[in-house]
Design a protein around this ligand. Structure first.
Ligand code: GLN
Length: 542
């Protein structure tokens, strides 16, 4: 909604090394400010040239997060949504590729009227435009600048943020720098030099960070804080300690204890009372000290990089917290399923998820895993490709359709029970052309899905090219498969389930993208409950 006022800006940069958790820091600060009563959104600026992360390999980049409006984005947007409960859009993630694409397209149209098009000001102006697209929609916009200070590719982003602080004034925008304070065992000391260098590097770009958030394995202590403050030209209270914690959801509480929100509020002249975070604290307690435990296997092919399944992992944690239960997620390599014994891999778990994915690698392992879970009556949750595997398995082993497969893996399969969606047939460009984003799904009353959601129409997010082949619906149904969720025109199968099994459900969409901290997602909550029941049933037997 358009407002008269303009937003205030907080830029988050990272130094010394990558993977310090800028995303979690941005989301945590966002939560604190939101709880003070402000509307907050977060923008992620990614310095790479890819136009979007949609075609990037999860092994390199982690999960591709899908927004309601169908953008394939960086996984940090998932953290933002999970912490803030605010919907992200395609405008919340910008890459160098997108920025250049826009500028070059304008140049081709002759819109620069023959001028020389340059990094400064044309690229930086476009970056500033992307940084300020929500200027009148939110009270506060946090901009996370990807990469590490010192990288060549983040320079234009730093320059754009410097200009914005200058243009808007220091009460309207500020920089927070996330850095690392290593502990050197040999001398038993925390070392501040890398932080000093990293701040110096920022200052070379004309940026004086006003707050430093220091990742560290040990308490910083007053002396180290003062030293960092002095050498980096910040107030001692603005040196925030970011200790390693048991769960990412504890980070906002750690920042609250050190008054990060108050310091930001003072600098940006925000007059508001401190947040209490009572519900959030209870949620964190339930994660840290739950009363029960379950084992959930996640069968996928990117298991060596758990970031590839970030949203599923977090959705399980949220659902666990609802039941006051620790969910121990065990990653099972789909390719290992092909070789080793299923009993060893899945025999003792309380439930299993078969993961989304693309490409043939590991597919037979996933199908065999589904068969094992179905036959052994172990709660099964299939997501996207996982659901398609369940249909293939059922077709082959229950309906007797030998050679049933997905057209994705065998174009000449005798029974293509999973086939390319009609509107995907002419697609040649791989980027951004799948069925993406939110679509409605109508639930059938009396089904497991309906009992979980407790409503008739749900909106869920998609990312796929293939679907259940409608020619096989009847035979699948005759053998007991229920299509409990369909698109409003009934043309597309969205949810499948098997009544009679304790919990067997697959979704064509990705429910994990809509699970939020504190509240969780209905399907994950229901699935973890089933796992819990199996777990308790087993211990009762003993
Ligand atoms: N590869 C499958 C498809 O395109 C499943 C996609 C997914 O799991 N996200 O339909």
């Amino acid at each position: 909604m358009a407002r008269g006022k303009r937003a205030k800006y907080i830029f988050i940069t990272g130094g010394v090394l990558s993977s310090l958790g800028k995303g979690i820091t941005s989301a945590s600060l966002g939560l604190l400010l939101q709880q003070r009563g402000y509307t907050v959104t977060i923008i992620k600026m990614d310095p790479y040239i890819n136009v979007d992360p949609g075609t990037m390999n999860p092994l390199q980049h982690g999960e591709v997060y899908v927004t309601e409006d169908g953008a394939e984005t960086d996984l940090d947007l998932g953290h933002y949504e999970r912490f803030l409960g605010v919907q992200m859009t395609r405008m919340n993630n910008a890459t160098t590729g997108q920025i250049y694409h826009t500028v070059i397209t304008k140049e081709r149209k002759g819109q620069y009227l023959g001028k020389t098009v340059q990094v400064v000001p044309h690229i930086t102006n476009e970056i500033k435009r992307r940084m300020t697209v929500f200027d009148r929609d939110y009270d506060i916009v946090i901009v996370e600048i990807g990469g590490t200070v010192g990288d060549i590719e983040s320079l234009p982003f730093l320059e754009a943020s410097r200009q914005l602080v200058l243009e808007r004034g220091r009460t309207q925008a500020l920089h927070i720098h996330l850095t690392y304070v290593p502990y050197v065992k040999a001398v038993k000391e925390l070392k501040t030099k890398p932080t000093q260098h990293s701040v110096k590097m920022l200052m070379q770009s004309g940026i004086q960070p006003e707050i430093l958030v220091c990742r560290t394995e040990y308490r910083l202590g007053k002396e180290i804080r003062n030293k960092i403050a002095l050498f980096c030209n910040v107030e001692p209270e603005a040196v925030i300690e970011a200790l390693d914690l048991e769960t990412i959801y504890e980070v906002p509480l750690q920042y609250l204890r050190q008054n990060l929100d108050t310091i930001v509020a003072r600098k940006l002249r925000l007059k508001s009372a401190r947040p209490s975070l009572r519900r959030w604290s209870r949620f964190v307690r339930r994660i840290k000290q739950p009363v029960r435990e379950v084992r959930i296997a996640l069968v996928g092919k990117y298991v060596k990089v758990p970031d590839a399944y970030k949203s599923i992992h977090e959705a399980l944690i949220h659902a666990g917290a609802v039941h006051n239960t620790r969910v121990n997620v065990e990653y099972v390599d789909a390719e290992a399923v092909e070789q080793s014994k299923l009993e060893d891999l899945l025999g003792a778990v309380d439930g299993a998820i078969v993961a989304p994915g693309f490409g043939v690698r590991g597919i037979e392992g996933k199908i065999r895993a589904v068969q094992f879970l179905r036959e052994h009556r172990i709660p099964f949750f299939g997501i996207c490709l996982g659901m398609q595997c369940a249909v293939i398995e059922f077709a082959r082993n229950v309906c007797g359709l030998t050679g049933a497969h997905s057209a994705e893996f065998d174009r000449r399969a005798k029974h293509k029970v999973i086939d390319l969606m009609p509107d995907q047939r002419d697609v040649t460009m791989k980027g951004g052309t799948m069925r993406l984003g939110s679509y409605p799904c109508i639930l059938k009353e009396g089904t497991l899905a309906y009992r979980a959601y407790r409503k008739k129409v749900v909106q869920e997010r998609h990312r796929h090219r293939y679907e259940v082949n409608n020619q096989y619906r009847e035979i699948l149904q005759q053998h007991g498969m229920v299509f409990s969720g369909l698109s409003p025109d009934e043309r597309l199968v969205e949810i499948i389930e098997l009544p009679g099994h304790p919990w067997f459900l697959g979704t064509q969409f990705h429910p994990e993208f809509k699970s939020r901290a504190v509240t969780g997602h209905p399907l994950f909550i229901s699935f973890v409950k089933a796992a819990l029941e199996r777990h308790q049933g087993e211990s009762d037997d003993v």
